[in-house]
Every structure is written in C-alpha cells, then in structure tokens.
Design a protein around this ligand. Structure first.
Ligand code: ASP
Length: 345
C-alpha cells in the first residue's frame, strides 16, 4: 500500500442509497458500512478515510452556503490528505465543481467529484466503478511527489473532466456529463490515459487561498423567441439584483427590438452586470461582434462570457461579487480565465 491518504467526503445523492429489503424503496445507507458496498476498496493503493458532510442532501438543495461549507472541509483537511474525492448527487454536480474551483484558489491537490446514476446498492450500479476510479486517480502522484491532478474535476463513466467545463447532459445514460469546450483530462480504459497537457497547473509557490464569500444576488435568464419585455423587466427590477447570466442564441445573439435593448442598457446603468453565454450546449462560445444582433448587446454594456458554461458563469459571478473588488474589476475578471474555465483566443 502506498502512503497516499485520500479523504472521501460524502454529501448525499443517489450514490449513497440502497434498496430497503422490506419496502423495496431506495433509502440512504449508513456510510460506516461503505466497505460492504465496495469490497474491492482494499485493493486500491491508498489509505482511504470517509467523512460525511451533514446533513446529507439531494444535490437539488445545494447553494452557495453548502459550497462554502464543502470547500471549508477540504481546506481544513488540506494538509492531512494527498487528495479528495467528493461523493455528490449528479443533478447539480457541475455547479458545485465550478463553485469549488473558484473558492479554492491555488489548489495544488486533486479534488474529484463523482456520483452515480444508479445507487451503490443496486446490481447495475455505476457508483462502484466511479468511486474506485476517482480514488485511484486522486492517489496518482509523480515520482517527485507532485499530484498528477491539481484542480477540481468531475470523474464520471471512464472520463475525468475539468469540473468548471462540464454540465450534466443526460438524465438516464451512465455517460451523464459533457465538456463541450475543453478536452477530457484522462480516460479510463484498460489503462488510465492522462492527457497531461490538458491538466491545469496552479501558480508555483502560491499557498491555497480559501474564499468564504459568494453573493447569490445573481439570476439566470434564458432568451427565447417571443420573450416578453415585462418578464425581463421584472427580473431586472428584482430588489438587490447584482448580475444576470443571460443565455442567448448561437454566438451571443438576442432580439434587437429597442425596448428589449433599453431594458438591458438601463440595467447596466444601474450597475447590474449582464454576462452573455450561449444556449448552444454542444460547444462554441460568444462572439458579440459577429452579427449585428450581438453587437447591440455589446453596445448596451453586456459582457461576454466567452465559452463558459452557464454553471461556470453563474458561480464565477457569485464568487467575484463576494470578493472585495470593484465593479470594474469584477467585469474584467469575468472574461479572464481564473481556473481554466474559459478559453480566449
Ligand atoms: N437527485 C439526485 C441528486 O442529484 C440525483 C443523483 O444523485 O444522481 O442528488
């Protein structure tokens, strides 16, 4: 057994469920009995410890407080472990992975989120392989004692993804996650193949910096043909609102009617940040100068989110607004890759 110490943090979700023999319903199982569900665990060359973040939740109940508590747990144990695996519901795993990437600045150890589409306690579960492979990857170190992975990732169904580049794109397939604008970091087949040039590297000699504040006065608005200006107005007039992540068409296009553009312009004048991300889920990003429809948005003061996922954009804005920086700095950093979450030519 190697001396790599891995902390597995269980937060809830489908993965931690078994079939109750009496009722045949799925119920959460006691994590002290995890070894019964993972009989192969002892074969992994690492010393694995399990802890739960209580109360356990369905990931539909995640929120910025939960993200800060989870990041704090990693931070508190950072020096005691070589890597971290977080067991999390799949529904909002991409939001949590994105948020964690921003909260844990200069992370230099692996933090790998995983979960499953079927509970651990059912025969066809994908959970067993996901957990075992995530732990094995978290325990991979170079000979010079540097971890192979030094970022927040999602491991799911044979693929290791950069967490803040993914979204859940399938509700029933085992292959539930997709990273439209960034290649996978590793692939597990008969061998684990790392795509090393894709791995994020923190700044050398910088200490982990744990951020504790996120501002949730951020809304997501999806533009659709026929969207009524009254609806938009009511969102933009929400008390306390500080930013809107706006999902637009194609490379960042939206209706051109003057009333619509005016709502956006007035919001920007009231210091509400509007970030433009694309609705296209398969890839590509925002280029507001390409069509006149996008140029109207840029002229109104809308900021490009480039090729960020909605999950990355909304958690990034929550994170930036929680920091002690000026509005101009927040606007600048939105379009600047902080944790590898966007690509700029
Ligand atoms: N609703 C569950 C959750 O996200 C689904 C899952 O774990 O896959 O917590």
């Amino acid at each position: 057994m190697s001396n790599r110490k891995i902390l597995v943090i269980y937060t809830g979700g489908t993965i931690g469920m078994i079939m109750d023999p009496a009722s045949k319903a799925l119920v959460p199982f006691e994590f002290e009995h995890i070894h019964e569900q993972l009989p192969m665990l002892h074969l992994i060359e690492a010393e694995v410890t399990f802890q739960s973040l209580l109360p356990l939740i369905d990931s539909s109940d995640t929120n910025p407080d939960f993200w800060v508590r989870l990041a704090r747990m990693v931070k508190n144990e950072y020096d005691n472990y070589d890597g971290f695996v977080i067991l999390h519901g799949t529904d909002t795993m991409a939001y949590t992975a994105s948020a964690m990437s921003f909260l844990l600045e200069n992370l230099a150890k692996p933090v790998i989120l995983t979960g499953s589409q079927l509970p651990l306690g059912v025969i066809r579960t994908d959970g067993r392989r996901n957990i075992l492979n995530a732990i094995a990857i978290a325990a991979e170190y170079y000979i010079n004692n540097t971890p192979l992975v030094q970022e927040v990732c999602i491991y799911f169904q044979n693929n290791l993804y950069r967490g803040n580049r993914t979204y859940k794109d399938n509700a029933s397939r085992f292959n539930a996650f997709y990273s439209p604008n960034y290649p996978i970091l590793a692939e597990v087949n008969t061998h684990v193949e790392y795509h090393r040039s894709n791995l994020f590297r923190p700044k050398l000699d910088e200490q982990l910096c744990f951020h504790t504040r996120m501002d949730d006065n951020v809304a997501i608005v999806k533009i659709y043909p026929g969207i009524r200006n009254e609806f938009l107005e009511s969102v933009f007039n929400t008390k306390g609102l500080r930013a809107v992540v706006m999902e637009t068409f194609g490379v960042g296009n939206a209706p051109t009617n003057p009333a619509f553009i005016n709502i956006l312009r007035q919001a920007v004048e009231r210091d509400i940040i509007i970030v433009n991300v694309t609705q296209c889920k398969g890839g590509g990003g925002v280029e507001m100068g390409r069509y006149l429809t996008g140029k109207h948005l840029a002229d109104a003061g809308v900021i490009s989110g480039y090729d960020m996922t909605t999950e990355a954009a909304v958690t990034k804005v929550m994170y930036l607004l929680g920091q002690d920086v000026t509005l101009e700095e927040v606007k600048k950093y939105i379009g600047y890759p902080l944790r590898g979450e966007l690509t700029r030519e």
